[in-house]
Design a protein around this ligand. Structure first.
Ligand SMILES: [Zn+2]
Length: 171
């Protein structure tokens, strides 16, 4: 029995494997030559993005507010997603939101570190340095009669600062 291409409204023979999930080659669907080409083009579009960026893209208002088509099936959803990405009709990747997102791409550890230092997630390296100097002065045991609590705080702050230093590629 001939397998039909999995693309919407296509009746050609499906003889090319297309992964259904990212990083999972076990799960695949079969497409015809014409559609595997389109699929690969779109798939590559996301290959340089990390999961967070893809998630952002999926959640982005710009994607979801696209009218006329229904997102009822997941298959359809990914088709629409890829179509949008490929054409970038809505300039999603040029939008300032997306740029900002990329710029402030933080790991959970980075976020924790910024929390410990009482900085917001958009803090620039200069601000981090400035805050670190301020905190070191504030919590230095010499200034606090050797208080254990302040010493622990200072340790945490120093660890947080080292973490951010590494993340931001500073020496
Ligand atoms: Zn097809």
């Amino acid at each position: 029995m001939k397998i039909i291409c999995d693309w919407e409204n296509c009746n050609k023979e499906g003889s090319y494997r297309a992964p259904v999930e990212r990083d999972n080659s076990k799960n695949f669907k079969l497409l015809c030559l014409e559609h595997i080409k389109i699929f690969n083009k779109k798939w590559n579009y996301f290959s340089n993005m990390n999961d967070e960026e893809i998630e952002y893209f999926i959640k982005s208002d710009l994607t979801w507010h696209k009218p006329t088509k229904s997102f009822s099936s997941s298959e359809n959803f990914f088709n629409i997603l890829w179509n949008n990405a490929l054409e970038d009709k809505l300039n999603i990747f040029k939008s300032s939101n997306f740029k900002n997102f990329k710029k402030t791409k933080l790991s959970n550890t980075d976020r924790d570190a910024l929390d410990i230092m009482g900085l917001n997630y958009e803090a620039k390296w200069e601000e981090i340095q400035k805050k670190f100097k301020y905190l070191v002065k504030k919590y230095h045991p010499d200034k606090n009669l050797g208080s254990k609590k302040f010493e622990d705080n200072l340790k945490k702050i120093t660890l947080a600062y080292s973490q951010l230093k590494i993340s931001m590629g500073k020496k």
